[in-house]
Design a protein around this ligand. Structure first.
Ligand code: PCP
Length: 399
């Protein structure tokens, strides 16, 4: 188990499952119990009182379950969802129908993919809203186990980041990895030597972003970098916490001094400890791009749980859960949800805003065979951005 990771084969063989599921499988088999069930995945709450989240991790779930004789329904990957509908009924994001023994050992990995994937995509979407149209780059894979770097970067991108820093993350989204320069280069070569060597050696299509906070004051180092690098796109401020004081004021000052000297075209890129709360004042101060790491890569997971809600066609939910198969409808106007029992007619319009209601639970696996086209990370990201635009129409209510 190099690096103490489970490889694809181990995950597919159910070796990452919780042991009690293996024992459950053994008991069912030895007792000859084989029941058709309906199991749904819902979140009883969202982190920090979030009013919405982005559903992600589905592609990995389908890769896991493909070939198993079950039917799976799910929200499209990237769907903005609420954990409860307008009447407080939990919103299913994935539904599995079939013989329980066929998927009993996969509850754990399915939850892993969706809880963490959706957590990362949701945080990235919140940062996306905070940054507006300014670029946000995902710099966080260094904070987590490298084995899941592509997973982290793909979900950060789906959630709204414009680029990702890891090589395999770039592959996972079909775009080249992005980045600036590390303090290490400056420390080993010296500041000006490092800036000039980057400009001399790195291929011309890579934006020239000079890191300026290694040794000196942000203002004077920014001016120096702008004077030295002819096509300087931006200076990067990654001011250490001990020197940060009011970071927005530093950005404002640097902006003023660069403009004063005719470097209006040189932008200010900031990184280090950023999230959806620290970005707005920096944007206000004149920052024009953000490198976000920990807050996205180490985002709070979405607390999904799987519950069997029907056995052999009869409602069978445990206490605290809602029984029976369900229809999941979403208002395309306010992105609120309505969950109704399967087979029941749906109201014509959204009881809150009068908007049109759309069925959003779709078949994704039929008897283990994929249904529908595989979407690229960029297509899923575009879908997320469209929904965030709808959300922005009534921001206060939705953040
Ligand atoms: C960090 C590195 C990460 C940024 C900041 C993310 O700077 O550049 O990409 O930080 P966050 O996790 O706090 O959001 P350093 O640690 O100074 O590393 P380097 O010198 O390599 O840029």
């Amino acid at each position: 188990m190099s690096f103490f990771i489970a490889d694809k084969d181990a995950i597919k063989r159910g070796l990452t499952t919780d042991i009690y599921f293996l024992r459950t499988k053994e008991i069912l088999e030895k007792k000859g119990v084989s029941k058709n069930v309906v199991a749904e995945f819902t979140a009883s709450s969202l982190p920090h009182g979030y009013k919405w989240a982005i559903f992600a991790g589905l592609e990995s779930v389908l890769e896991l379950l493909e070939g198993i004789p079950i039917d799976v329904y799910a929200l499209k990957e990237g769907t903005l969802f609420r954990n409860k509908d307008l009447r407080g009924v939990p919103v299913p994001v994935v539904v599995i129908q079939g013989k329980y023994e066929n998927f009993v050992v996969y509850e754990t990995p399915i939850l892993g993919f969706t809880c963490q994937g959706s957590g990362i995509a949701t945080k990235a979407a919140r940062v996306r809203i905070a940054a507006g149209d300014l670029p946000v780059l995902s710099f966080g894979v260094r904070r987590m186990h490298p084995a899941i770097s592509p997973f982290i970067d793909r979900n950060a991108y789906i959630g709204g980041c414009d680029g990702v820093s890891s090589i395999l993350g770039g592959e996972a989204i079909g775009k080249p990895a992005v980045g600036t320069m590390p303090h290490a280069l400056i420390i080993v070569m010296g500041e000006e030597e490092a800036w000039e060597s980057f400009d001399e050696i790195v291929s011309k299509d890579i934006p020239r972003i000079a890191l300026i906070d290694t040794y000196g004051d942000e203002k004077f180092e920014s001016i120096k970098a702008a004077q030295i690098i002819r096509d300087l796109k931006s200076v990067r401020l990654d001011t250490p916490g001990s020197r940060r004081g009011n970071f927005a004021s530093i950005v404002k000052e640097v902006r003023w001094e660069l403009d004063l000297r005719g470097f209006k075209g040189v932008e200010i890129f900031v990184s280090g400890g950023l999230d959806e709360n620290s970005i707005p004042p920096l944007k206000e101060a004149g920052a024009s791009g953000f490198g976000v790491g920990t807050s996205i890569a180490n985002a709070p997971t979405i607390d999904f749980a799987m519950d069997i809600v029907e056995v052999e066609g009869k409602p069978a939910a445990k206490r605290g859960k809602f029984g029976g198969r369900k229809r999941v409808l979403r208002c395309e106007g306010c992105l609120n949800y309505l969950v109704i029992p399967y087979g029941e007619d749906s109201p014509a319009t959204c009881p809150l805003c009068g908007g049109g209601l759309k069925e959003v639970m779709e078949p994704v696996l039929r008897k283990g065979k994929r249904v529908g086209e595989k979407k690229s990370a960029s297509e899923i990201r575009d879908y997320v951005l469209k929904q965030l635009d709808i959300l922005k129409n009534n921001l206060q209510e939705n953040i």
